[in-house]
Design a protein around this ligand. Structure first.
Ligand SMILES: NC(=O)c1ccc[n+]([C@@H]2O[C@H](COP(=O)([O-])OP(=O)(O)OC[C@H]3O[C@@H](n4cnc5c(N)ncnc54)[C@H](OP(=O)(O)O)[C@@H]3O)[C@@H](O)[C@H]2O)c1
Length: 239
């Protein structure tokens, strides 16, 4: 089986077997250097994906109902979040943006067939509401100022998102892992050393020793890139 067939078959099995109610199945997908960097420290956009792994990313997008990034990624990369290098339907674009900093010119707000959903905690709606669907979530006492992920996930599920691809960046990846909301990971490893901004940082609280692990690991080399994928298992949870 080709890489694309392997990953699609695995993902379809996983999403079909997913039985947690009240939230979508969440796949974390990103590309990093061998030293775990997803970009340089100064934030220059680095393209870690080759032609084949870019096609895989677009295929993965087509296999999910929604695709989510943080406002940091919108501001630095201005992604379209559409399926262009694969035959398939565009997932619903979703941005985590507490303070409504998404520029009206952002490509996600000018999507070919979907109105971008912006998840925020800000009550002060601006002109963005003319071109995007602003979804405001309540902050409860004890919450940080960021978008509360558990509430965000139940809101997305109530709106019909059964599977969600989380494409980054680092803060969002770390938040999903901390909240134990990741079910599967597809990672592209690019044979470079960057010494830059790490995909996952500050995951463990002080004194905590258990880390999430990836089980049922699969891998495939494509050119010099290696794609690895598997299920995320949190200590004390079944796979
Ligand atoms: N290599 C790859 O595959 C890949 C993929 C994607 C991105 N990237 C890179 O990642 C970098 C961006 O990463 P980043 O960490 O700066 O930004 P990010 O993770 O894209 O966005 C982080 C921002 O999202 C907002 N946010 C709202 N709710 C959140 C929550 N619950 N958890 C976390 N964030 C929340 C926060 O801003 P507010 O408080 O203002 O809401 C936060 O600062 C870029 O340089 C981009 O090139 C690489």
């Amino acid at each position: 089986m080709s890489l694309n067939e392997q990953v699609e078959s695995w993902l379809r099995d996983r999403t079909a077997a997913f039985s947690v109610s009240g939230r979508p199945f969440v796949t974390l997908t990103y590309a990093q250097s061998w030293d775990g960097s997803i970009t340089t420290r100064s934030g220059e956009t680095l393209c870690f994906s080759g032609q084949e792994t870019t096609r895989l990313t677009h295929q993965l997008r087509s296999l999910h109902d929604g695709i989510l990034v943080g406002i940091g990624t919108v501001l630095s990369d201005d992604p379209q979040l559409t399926v262009r290098e694969w035959e398939g339907v565009n997932p619903q674009p979703i941005v985590l943006d507490s303070q409504l900093r998404t520029p009206a010119s952002a490509k996600v707000c000018h999507h070919p067939d979907k109105r971008c959903w912006i998840l925020t905690v800000s009550g002060a709606h601006n002109s963005l509401s003319e071109i995007a669907a602003i979804i405001t979530l309540d902050i409860k006492s004890g919450d940080q100022d960021e978008v509360p992920l558990l509430r965000a996930m139940s809101t997305l599920r109530a709106r019909g998102i059964r599977s969600l691809m989380v494409e980054g960046g680092a803060s969002v990846i770390t938040s999903f892992l901390k909240a134990e909301l990741v079910d599967a990971v597809v990672l592209t490893l690019s044979p470079r050393m960057v010494g830059g901004y790490k995909a996952v940082d500050g995951l463990l609280a002080v004194g905590e020793k258990t880390v999430p692990s990836i089980v049922s690991v699969h891998s495939c080399q494509v050119g010099d890139d290696v794609v690895v994928w598997g299920d995320l298992k949190y200590s004390g949870h079944s796979a």
